[in-house]
Design a protein around this ligand. Structure first.
Ligand code: SF4
Ligand code: SF4
Length: 140
């Protein structure tokens, strides 16, 4: 069993399609949606985990591409700007998944683990230095 986290971008023509249904029924995948949004121009964004066999995940990725859905494995909805972060620690107690955490006690520097992020967006309102932002409240 493999789990992949994707940020998907849907063109207007793909927004109304029953994507999750197809992932479960046609590719036997388990899906955990963290956050989704459709913009006024009908572009859609979704961050989700997909779990299943490697083969079925590959087939699903092909299905996405055939339907014009852009897959981004390297980017989350949430962006953490390391240059802005001063490691004040204010966000840590508000991050439910420990995606933002102090992992090295010798430096006490805060780091971000995008694999752990569940896109709750708590950190955005709790960062005094605007180090956290999200595609889900930046896109118009
Ligand atoms: S969006 Fe939520 S889970 Fe992700 S880093 Fe921020 S507080 Fe943590
Ligand atoms: S609140 Fe902002 S500046 Fe402080 S540790 Fe978190 S991300 Fe860094």
């Amino acid at each position: 069993m493999t789990t992949r986290k994707y940020l998907l971008q849907f063109p207007e023509k793909a927004v109304g399609k029953p994507l999750i249904y197809h992932l479960a029924k046609d590719y036997d995948l388990m899906v955990n949606i963290f956050r989704a949004k459709i913009d006024p121009d009908d572009t859609g964004y979704m961050v989700l985990d997909i779990s299943g066999t490697d083969e079925n995940i590959k087939r699903a990725a092909l299905f996405f591409k055939e339907n014009g859905i852009i897959i981004n494995e390297k980017m989350n909805g949430l962006t953490w700007d390391k240059e802005r972060c001063v490691s004040c620690g204010n966000c840590i107690t508000h991050c439910p998944s420990n995606a933002l955490a102090i992992t090295d006690r010798s430096t006490m520097e805060v780091s971000f683990n995008d694999e752990k992020c569940i896109e709750c967006m708590n950190c955005i309102s709790h960062c005094p230095f605007n180090a956290c932002s999200s595609i889900f409240n930046n896109t118009k």
